[in-house]
Design a protein around this ligand. Sequence first.
Ligand SMILES: Nc1c(/N=C/[C@@H](O)[C@H](O)[C@H](O)COP(=O)(O)O)[nH]c(=O)[nH]c1=O
Ligand SMILES: [Zn+2]
Length: 360
Amino acid sequence: MQEEYYMNLALSLAKGAAYQTSPNPPVGAVVVKDGRVIGMGAHLKAGEAHAEVNALAQAGAEAEGADIYVTLEPCAHFGKTPPCANLVIEKGIRRVFIAAVDPNPLVGGKGIEKIRAAGIEVTTGICEKEAIALLTPFFHFIQTKRPYVTIKTAVTADGKTAAHTGHSRWITSDEAREDVHLLRSQHDAILTGIGTVLLDNPLLTSRLPHGGKHPIRVLLDTHLRVPVDFHIIQNKEAKTIIFCASDAQTKKQRQLEDEGVTVIRLSHMSIDKVLDELGKMGIMTLFVEAGAEINASFLDAGSFNKLIMYMAPKLIGGKSAPSSFGGLGGSTMDEALAIDFTSVEMIGPDLKIVAERRGM
Ligand SMILES: Nc1c(/N=C/[C@@H](O)[C@H](O)[C@H](O)COP(=O)(O)O)[nH]c(=O)[nH]c1=O
Ligand SMILES: [Zn+2]
């Protein structure tokens, strides 16, 4: 239908800027008059103009009597910019088509109410499923005040993340690893554990051919064992935050802080505490690229939303070779955590399998 056509255009605009609006949602808007697109826009950065503002600016005076398609209901509150609901009314828009209504009880429905009260026809639910899929991390963040967590793991076809010696470079192909760097650039922060750092001395930056934002690096290091001369400390392209226990050495903490690292002491190291702290910093999306023990702690806490597994067409064997999730693990299969596969694709010679936690 014609409405879907214009809403899909608005969705594609939202997707285009989806990973640069944190902690705001990705939103797209299209202004149409007599079957002609006269304005389109996306929200590009938190604090800057909302999608409706950009689209209506492009439409100019022609917006009078036109229709607007927007992927999330127009805001009604005075945030960093004036409410879009007021602007839609001021510009004399004739009809408003919305994909998803904001589930935030403080905001949800207020924009629609304001616009309807001005006598403008509002239709909701156009391409709602696609819009919600794009907005899921934002809705999760608003509802839980914690980041939306994606665990990434890279395994051989027999499920190993390294040889029994710990050697792991590389399991997956250049293409798959570039895909991982794209994912890193699409996240606000990347988390790993001291085990992975001591083994790999990783940079955890997003090294892409056309550039891309580096995620904030988050390291779980209970006793502050990270060597000060390691990349995660010496590389200044991205910020590094380290969570440690309250009894970690203060001398080491000062050395790390002298390198510009933020050290946060927790009374007890728990994934939920870490996620609460990251949520308070406005980190909306978290990419976990860690080892079996950290992954197991996310699994045990049930605190992840998505799993991305790259599987390489190679077999390494080794009864003591590590797999993606360590820890004690469940004792019977009915203790297994349910996930739903949402996509499987080939990236170079590797498989990329995406799954979501059921009911999250
Ligand atoms: N061994 C592999 C991975 N390994 C992932 C982590 O264990 C590494 O420490 C991390 O990618 C290193 O980050 P860097 O220094 O920024 O390059 N991840 C992958 O996708 N494929 C692999 O074959
Ligand atoms: Zn707005």
